[in-house]
Write a protein that binds this ligand. Structure first.
Ligand code: PBG
Length: 320
């Protein structure tokens, strides 16, 4: 009685109701985070709407709309009007993200406000840390990253998410946050962030392409999975509250390995290139965007992600 013809797996596939009863993986808006880009000037993107830049006023309107649709969390990226060697725009009190947080916080008390903590959008050279003798200097970057995280918490961030990939940044952020009485602010660490070609559209939107070299000196080699687990373990030791694996779709094995190894919440970042590929193919009539997006997001959950940062979060709110 354990094989055909007694066993027929098609029996539970016959109707939508039957399939729903045995579905193993579900998407819920509760676990999605919508990325938003805030800048001094708006820059709409017709082809990739989620890559549009909005002003602080525009952000308030956009957030109003997505909250009404049911979105529960956003992650903010800032594009400053001026960039310099010290990434001043990242940590100054009236930086663009800090302004956005101060505008959003009182209007949307229940919305989870996550901020990306990095220097690349704010440095004149576009690298994620401070340059000393032509290289990204790890330890000199930590202080600026910590200052950035504290300024976000002061402006109203619920969660800070360091994405720079400097060694030791989680501890630096934890200590600085605690010193400023933000011991309750969680750190969502981009623990395993790969040096990926799939960040292309983001770098256009965020204006954060490096002016020389690339990020392989600090972001991870796409060939490595054991190293990703070491990154996760070190970040947890340093005080990370949750881990991000990024990108998502080409790294489902990494999500799965991290899920098996750790009990901390795991996030996956369904990055701009993953979104753009589907958008472009859909525009050519080669696939259906909604179906392809839902299948991709389901695969990311199935691999073991608890929460997903995705440019489809707003669309998902109307699809579900
Ligand atoms: C900042 C940062 C990047 C992304 C998130 N935070 C770009 C990069 O590392 O170059 C990429 C997100 C995406 O592609 O959607 N360091």
């Amino acid at each position: 009685m354990s094989s055909f013809p007694e066993v027929r797996l098609r029996r539970f596939r016959r109707t939508g109701g039957l399939r729903g009863l045995v579905r193993e993986t579900r998407l819920s808006l509760d676990q999605f985070v919508m990325p938003l880009f805030v800048a001094p000037e708006a820059l709409p993107d017709e082809a990739l709407p989620a890559m549009s830049r909005v002003t602080v006023d525009g952000l308030l309107r956009e957030v109003e709309a997505i909250v009404r649709l049911g979105v529960r969390a956003v992650i903010l990226f800032g594009i400053p009007d001026e960039k310099d060697e010290e990434a001043t725009g990242a940590w100054e009190e009236d930086g663009i993200v800090q302004q956005a947080l101060r505008a959003l916080r009182p209007e949307f008390p229940d919305l989870v406000l996550v901020t990306d903590v990095c220097l690349c959008e704010y440095t004149s050279h576009g690298h994620c840390g401070v340059i000393v003798d032509g290289e990204v200097h790890n330890d000199r970057s930590l202080e600026l990253l910590a200052r950035t995280a504290v300024s976000h918490a002061e402006a109203g961030a619920d969660v800070v998410a360091p994405s720079d990939m400097m060694d030791g940044r989680v501890r630096a952020l934890r200590e600085a946050l605690d010193d400023h009485s933000f011991e309750s602010t969680p750190i969502l660490s981009y623990a395993a962030k790969y040096a990926s070609a799939f960040y292309g559209p983001f770098r256009e939107a965020a204006g954060s392409s490096p002016s020389f070299g690339d990020r392989r000196g600090y972001q991870m080699d796409p060939a490595n999975v054991r190293e990703a687990l070491r990154e996760c373990e070190l970040d947890l030791d340093e005080g990370a509250d949750a881990l991000i694996i990024k990108p998502a779709l080409p790294y489902l094995d990494v999500i799965c390995a991290a899920r098996e190894a750790f009990d901390a919440p795991i996030a996956a970042y369904n990055v701009s290139g993953e979104y753009a590929m589907v958008k472009a193919a859909a525009r050519s009539g080669w696939l259906d965007e909604r179906q392809a997006a839902l299948e991709s997001l389901t695969a990311i959950k199935r691999a073991g992600a608890d929460l997903i940062i995705s440019y489809w979060t707003k669309d998902l709110a109307s699809w579900l």
